[in-house]
Design a binder for this molecule. Structure first.
Ligand code: HEM
Length: 478
């Protein structure tokens, strides 16, 4: 009664008994991002909806988000995240309470900048191959497909220390399984009837998902057990490590988890697998989607493309040497382009918490215990209150002098507070590296004048029909 009474005080679309607003969602073809966009226009920055008997509060007011996200108490993910459990178990993204606290503490050092620096070589190598593949096409090419393979190569090498060569062999069983798992999972999130396990298991997508997971889990398990065997035999034969031999060895996230386990951290093989699988899930689709919109925005704005190239000239001159981590840090305009693109196209358009206690926010409203609170950073990025002329692509919004007066929680594509994205720095380095590769070697243009890819907010915001761009080699253009 308390929950219903509290929610009744909020604006929101009228619903029907038992089904609530589910029918409205049907009218939006179960695309929650589009539905939320329309409801936000009608009801403002805080409103409630009922999906069946499940209550949701959708929030896009920075002041309220600061209250919610900066708290270390309200960290439990919404029940919808349980759909991910068959894939990534209860890893960092989905776990809660003591388990999440312990894991977050354990995993935070694995994203230290010293560790990330070792990955620059991987970003460079994979980025070179991406540019090569991009330039092989004379016609417009779907950059999203190419980038998905590129970011998959990067995450496999950095998370597990394995080379899957997705860009060279896009039809391998592993790459196909990743594709099938992602595609079928998206279908599940879009179709509420597939949320029921019994129907899901029998469905075409559910079967595809389960057989893909068998391949993915076997792969991760095999990598973990092989790595453990290698480490064991190295210890037994007291073989000199690469480091002892003077060669700098790169440590994948997996190696660091095994190091932690050897040093007494409470981590079973299953625990390690769920964390590695979590990185695999969160760490490649997000960056691939973001990079495809970034390249689209660059192609659509020749003046931005020119400034990016100028920045590359300032840093590298005419040299084609690979970027160092210091170079990546110096790419300030490149960074602003990425930020501006994420404002309009945040890879994670919505994320949600379940409230276990009431939380008063502004305007006299309360986020009541039992409600699923959904954060809509897609809406926030397009709200003219925070972003004048929101449709205009202007990276200089992120110059310090142009940011004063903007609420810090008005821009949260990586979430914020204690449960923010642990991979944010990794993702920014990876995206800056990829964008700099393209800016140094290609000139991008749209498939046709005025082309704009259709956008759909699934778990990840993506262009379901792809992002088609033309690329020409820069030296040949000069
Ligand atoms: C453009 C790229 C990315 C974006 C926009 C992004 C965004 C986000 C967001 C919004 C969250 C919070 C989700 C929620 O509360 O449900 C999150 C969490 C997370 N992200 Fe990212 N992410 C990106 C890349 C990455 C990468 C590359 C990795 C790993 C290498 C990663 C690993 C994670 C993990 C493990 C969490 C859960 C953190 C926790 O709950 O403690 N992400 N990310």
């Amino acid at each position: 009664k308390h929950l219903v009474d509290t929610l009744d005080k909020m604006p929101g679309p009228p619903g029907y008994p038992l089904i609530g607003n589910t029918l409205d969602l049907y009218n939006f073809k179960f695309n929650l991002t589009n539905a939320v966009e329309s409801w936000t226009r009608d009801y403002g920055e805080i409103f409630r909806i009922w999906l069946g008997n499940v209550p949701f509060v959708v929030v896009s007011k920075p002041e309220d988000l600061e209250i919610l996200l900066s708290s270390s108490k309200h960290i439990e993910k919404s029940e919808l995240y349980a759909l991910l459990n068959p894939w990534i178990g209860e890893g960092l993204l989905t776990s809660t309470g003591k388990k999440w606290h312990t894991r977050r503490k354990l995993l935070t050092p694995t994203f230290h900048f010293r560790i990330l620096d070792q990955f620059v070589e991987v970003f460079n190598r994979s980025g070179d191959l991406f540019v090569k593949k991009l330039l092989e096409n004379k016609e417009a090419v779907n950059v999203h497909s190419l980038l998905t393979l590129c970011t998959l190569d990067i995450i496999c090498e950095t998370a597990m220390g394995t080379k899957v060569e997705a860009q060279n062999d896009s039809k391998s069983p592993y790459v196909t399984a990743v594709h099938d798992a992602v595609t079928s999972f998206h279908q599940r999130t879009m179709k509420p009837w597939l949320h029921l396990d019994a129907i899901w298991k029998m469905s075409h997508d559910g079967k595809a998902f389960n057989s893909a997971l068998k391949v993915l889990h076997k792969y991760t398990n095999d990598v973990i057990s092989n790595r453990k065997k290698e480490r064991e035999s190295r210890r037994k034969t007291s073989l000199k490590s690469d480091e002892d031999l003077g060669m700098k060895k790169r440590e994948a996230f997996l190696d660091q988890l095994l190091d932690a386990s050897d040093s007494g951290a409470d981590l079973t093989d299953a625990d390690i697998r769920e964390e590695v699988d979590t990185f695999m899930f969160e760490g490649h689709d997000t960056t691939a989607a973001a990079l495809s919109f970034i390249l689209y925005n660059v192609a659509a704005h020749p003046e931005v493309q020119d400034r990016l190239h100028e920045e590359m000239q300032d840093i590298f001159g005419d040299s084609d040497r690979p970027a160092t981590s210091q170079d990546i840090q110096n790419m300030k305009y490149t960074e602003r382009v990425i930020k501006e693109s994420l404002r309009l196209y945040p890879s994670v358009p919505l994320f949600a918490r379940t409230m276990r206690e009431d939380l008063p926010v502004t305007g006299g409203y309360v986020l009541p215990a039992g409600a699923n609170v959904t954060v809509s950073c897609f809406q926030m990025g397009r709200n003219p209150k925070h972003w004048p002329e929101p449709e205009k692509f202007d990276p200089d919004r992120f110059l310090t002098e142009n940011s004063s007066g903007r609420h810090p929680y008005a821009y949260i594509p990586f979430s914020a507070g204690p449960r923010n994205c642990i991979g944010q720095k990794f993702a920014m380095m990876e995206m800056k590296s990829a964008l700099s590769k393209v800016s140094r070697s290609c000139v991008l243009s749209l498939r046709s004048s005025g082309y704009k890819p259709r956008v759909e907010g699934q778990v990840i915001l993506r262009a379901p029909e792809g992002v088609y761009l033309k690329a020409a080699p820069r030296r040949a253009m000069a």
